[in-house]
Design a binder for this molecule. Structure first.
Ligand SMILES: [Zn+2]
Length: 250
């Protein structure tokens, strides 16, 4: 077991590499991504769907309901959803590094984008607290952290809102969503979340911003919104890093 101090020393001795391009990083380049790589990130700008967060073609503007969320006529149980960008390129690489590569540092540039987006969309004044999508305790133990929480914490700080990371919990261990079809994803997470009984009073009447890394069918977000609303939440909004269509139509 290497202690934090030893790891710090190793950082000084061994060159760090960009987690996306692999280029060695200079000492004056903080973080885990090379700046020229970060500049390539394709972000959602003025053309988006506020119901599902999907980026739209140029000139479409802001719409509420698009081809990518058509099947969710009733919405995701969320009032609106915003996504930093599509699940591709730099955003995808950083999400993968954060989720499966053990790269906690990848959360910093991603949450930076998320903060910018939430302010740009005017969501800052619409929510009372920030709620990360929880992992099952066993999965969190294996990974060592909850990536959604690493993204949500700086966001909550920037918004000056509380981070409620113990409000939601998983009732059971679910399969990894990435391995499943759209229909399987919905049944996989259906009723998978609940509000901890001792936290229910907090949730009542509040507007909450649920944060996750990747959104594909929206099943996870919808299941979280359902649990929060069942506990009396006034409104649930969603903020994610990447909007993916992979597996959505299979
Ligand atoms: Zn949409």
């Amino acid at each position: 077991m290497i202690g934090a101090l030893a790891m710090g020393l190793l950082d000084l001795l061994l060159p760090r590499h960009c987690v996306v391009s692999g280029r060695p990083l200079a000492n004056d380049e903080p973080g885990c991504v090379a700046p020229e790589v970060l500049r390539q990130a394709k972000l959602t700008a003025g053309d988006y769907c506020s119901r599902c967060g999907a980026r739209q073609g140029e000139g479409i503007g802001a719409i509420h309901g698009c081809g990518r969320c058509e099947e969710f006529k009733e919405g995701f149980g969320t009032r609106e959803v915003c996504a930093v960008g599509d699940y591709e390129g730099v955003l995808q690489s950083l999400c993968l590094a954060l989720k499966f590569g053990g790269e906690r540092a990848a959360a910093a540039p991603l949450s930076h984008y998320l903060i910018q987006l939430v302010f740009d969309r005017g969501l800052a004044d619409k929510v009372d607290a920030v709620v990360p999508v929880p992992l099952h305790p066993l999965r969190q133990y294996q990974r060592g952290y909850n990536q959604a929480e690493l993204l949500a914490r700086p966001l909550a700080r920037a918004l000056s809102k509380p981070l409620w990371n113990d409000v939601l919990r998983r009732r059971r261990r679910t399969k990894a969503q990435s391995e499943l079809s759209a229909a399987q994803r919905r049944s996989n997470v259906e009723d998978a979340f609940e509000v901890r009984p001792r936290r229910a009073a907090r949730v009542e009447g509040r507007s909450l911003l649920v944060v996750d890394d990747v959104m594909t069918t929206g099943a996870t977000l919808a299941a979280c919104a359902k649990a929060l609303k069942r506990a009396g939440a006034k409104a649930v909004l969603g903020a994610v890093i990447a909007r993916s269509t992979v597996g959505a139509d299979t």
